[in-house]
Design a protein. Structure first.
Length: 187
């Protein structure tokens, strides 16, 4: 069950995964986990690579926190309940046409259902708290794990294109689900 409070301090609590808003104090943990090729290769080309020593601090301070303040972006660190001191990824919502959700997770923590759970919590927030009518998520066709999250959430492909990623230009898909489809999906 999700618990969400106000826009400025948006927290979600789901069965196994507590989500609280990203903050400056998370920068060191992000900097330690994030700059790995297997994490960044299918992320947007806007991410600097090689990742600079102050990359996480700059992202949180100059991008994430201002977007959260303006209510055009929402960012949560992913910390498993059993080891809640460990930041293992980030999930974000963005008020951008065609690009509303993004995430990354340390490969050592993949395959445990954390990202599916986090994605479900923030998708609920997108539709039920923010009242958005549709969620669109672009992803590289080669990013199988990310595609499986969209499949499991009963999203559908609405566009095929090419996009630029840290690792180059690749075929991409835009996945979509409407609020009504989300509410009526099999659980």
């Amino acid at each position: 069950m999700n618990h969400v409070t106000g826009f400025k301090d948006v927290s979600c609590t789901v069965t196994y995964l507590p989500l609280r808003p990203l903050e400056i104090a998370d920068a060191e943990a992000v900097q330690q986990r994030f700059p790995r090729w297997e994490i960044v290769r299918f992320l947007s080309k806007e991410i600097p690579w090689p990742y600079p020593a102050d990359g996480a601090l700059a992202f949180i301070r100059d991008h994430a926190l201002p977007a959260m303040e303006k209510e055009t972006g929402w960012h949560w660190p992913i910390r498993p309940k059993v080891e809640s001191e460990q930041l293992v990824g980030i999930i974000s919502l963005m008020d951008k046409p065609g690009n509303n959700r993004g995430f990354w997770i340390d490969p050592d923590w993949q395959g445990q259902g954390l990202m599916l759970e986090a994605s479900s919590a923030v998708t609920d927030f997108w539709f039920e708290t923010l009242g958005r009518p549709v969620l669109q998520v672009p992803k590289a066709v080669a990013n199988e794990r990310s595609r499986r999250i969209s499949e499991r959430q009963t999203m559908r492909i609405v566009e095929m294109c090419e996009r630029d990623y840290v690792s180059g230009r690749f075929p991409a898909e835009v996945w979509e689900i409407t609020r009504e489809e989300w509410r009526n999906r099999p659980r």
